[in-house]
Design a binder for this molecule. Structure first.
Ligand SMILES: *Cc1c(COP(=O)(O)O)cnc(C)c1O
Length: 478
């Protein structure tokens, strides 16, 4: 029988507080300097004010929050972070982080195994997906100076921004009707000879679309370009590839053949912010990090993370939190896979409910756990107004009934390739988007769909002078 049950942070705190106190006490006690003293009443008052101010937020922790990519860390991660943070190791150097550097190596081995990377991969944790991607793009610039980055038009904006930082051109490759990079368009760019690296996104931030990595790899290789995979959001879906659409799964399984990959444990890995990762499947890139005697520095297992990363100081607590979390939720179908899979099922279920709705229609089928949909309206202006009204009305109600959604901006031709033809009275319009990244969303889907449909009817009426939405006969169904 499983002894599993909800574990609260409260029950873990006494152990980590006493444990760290005990550890410190073995070095003997000392008096805190008076300059660090504080009036406890004042501290309590400030903390009280903090809690009050934190109420000015959307409830990211709640399953009724189905908006952006936000959820709190698991209590295991918080407890481990808090324990370690009291010692505040810095994984920049081994001297500053003996225990947590070792833990970082252990979690990196697990992340590499998740992607089937070779055991002699190179990599490290980062503060964020942004810095992880920057590093992979920097390495490709060093390997092929002067060459451009090709990414999908729907890729995270970080790639074009980092191209600016690195002083290299970026090319947005158009996407198809399900938000995937168009291979023919990519080949046309590759054929010019100016592309140094192709960035494939597995799980775009907007749509959760999965670029056709398995087909991009042979294509890019033929033209001598590197392949970098940005799976900052979607990476942990590699664990449950068997459960995904076979075509989506094929691309997750191809990560092992890419030159580098980025994944954010602070998105689907139950971690607090400040935890990204970059992995390279070939140690030879290490020479770009140091120009003198790289062998001396890097062939030893005792290398410091600071020698192989762009960042300097980096939280050892972050490595410790991920290490503890992966001990409890290993990167297996039964472990973290069991946390990721319900969101995928929730997205599929909500998508089919929306497909049958007379007030809402899907934008595209979800490949992972992000759904996009829109009200059945006639014009771009109506679309934008109604979507915004749905978003506001669903959130702006008594707390227990609140539903939190997000919106996503699209252009008329993006709708048209998906079979939705709207009067082009505006260049763009917002549609609805929900990231279903909490496993608790799954049982709530019928109820959330009911509420969102209700808000959609009201939003439609409010934005159409009180009119009732046209029933299917009249409504443009696209
Ligand atoms: C979130 C995300 C990023 C940026 O990562 P941060 O951790 O927010 O810096 C980059 N690419 C993709 C696909 C993402 O989802």
């Amino acid at each position: 029988m499983s002894a599993k049950r909800p574990v609260e942070l409260n029950e873990l705190l006494p152990q980590v507080m006493a444990g760290i106190e005990g550890l410190k006490a073995t070095y003997g006690s000392w008096d805190q300097h008076p300059s660090l003293h504080a009036d406890p009443d004042e501290v309590h008052a400030v903390l009280g004010e903090l809690i009050e101010r934190l109420d000015d937020n959307y409830p990211y922790f709640h399953p009724q929050y189905a908006g952006q990519m936000l959820k709190p860390p698991h209590p295991v991660a918080t407890a481990a972070y808090l324990a370690t943070m009291q010692l505040n190791p810095n994984n920049h150097s081994i001297d500053a982080s003996r225990a947590t550097t070792a833990m970082e190596h252990e979690v990196l081995d697990q992340l590499a195994a998740m992607f089937d990377y070779p055991s002699d991969f190179m990599g490290h944790l980062t503060w964020s997906g942004t810095t992880a991607n920057l590093e992979a793009l920097w390495i490709s610039r060093e390997i092929a100076p002067g060459k451009a980055i090709a990414h999908s038009a729907d890729a995270h904006y970080t790639h074009s921004r980092m191209g600016e930082v690195l002083g290299i051109d970026t090319v947005g490759i158009p996407t198809d009707a399900i938000g995937r990079m168009e291979l023919e368009e990519l080949e046309r760019e590759l054929a010019t000879g100016r592309i140094g690296v192709v960035v494939a996104t597995l799980g775009t931030t907007g749509l959760g679309a999965v670029d056709p990595l398995a087909d991009i790899i042979p294509l890019a290789r033929r033209y001598g370009a590197r392949i970098h995979v940005d799976t900052a959001y979607g990476g942990f879906f590699a664990i449950i590839a068997d459960e995904l659409d076979p075509e989506t799964a094929r691309h997750f399984r191809a990560v092992k053949d890419a030159d580098s990959v980025v994944v954010d444990p602070h998105k689907h890995g139950l971690q607090p912010y400040g935890c990204g990762a970059v992995l390279f499947n070939d140690q030879s890139i290490l020479r770009y990090y140091h120009h003198e005697s790289p062998y001396t520095y890097f062939a030893s297992t005792e290398r410091h993370f600071g020698e192989i990363q762009l960042e300097c100081s980096r939280a050892g607590a972050s490595a410790a939190a991920l290490w503890a979390t992966l001990r409890v939720f290993p990167l297996t179908k039964e472990g973290l896979g069991g946390v990721v899979l319900p969101g995928y099922r929730a997205a599929q279920q909500w998508h089919s409910l929306i497909s049958e709705s007379d007030i809402l229609q899907p934008y595209q089928r979800p490949e992972i756990d992000i759904i996009t949909y829109l009200p059945r309206v006639r014009t771009m202006t109506e679309l934008d107004r109604t979507s915004h009204a749905i978003f506001e009305m669903a959130a702006d109600t008594a707390r227990p009934q609140q539903t939190h959604l997000a919106t996503y901006v699209v252009k008329p031709d993006q709708l048209r390739v998906r079979g939705i033809d709207l009067v082009e009275d505006a260049p763009t319009g917002r549609i609805m988007r929900s990231v279903l990244m909490k496993p608790e969303h799954e049982p709530l889907i019928p109820e959330m769909h009911y509420h969102v449909s209700m808000w959609s009817r009201r939003a439609y009426a409010a934005t159409h002078d009180g009119a009732v939405p046209a029933e299917s006969a009249e409504a443009p169904v696209g």
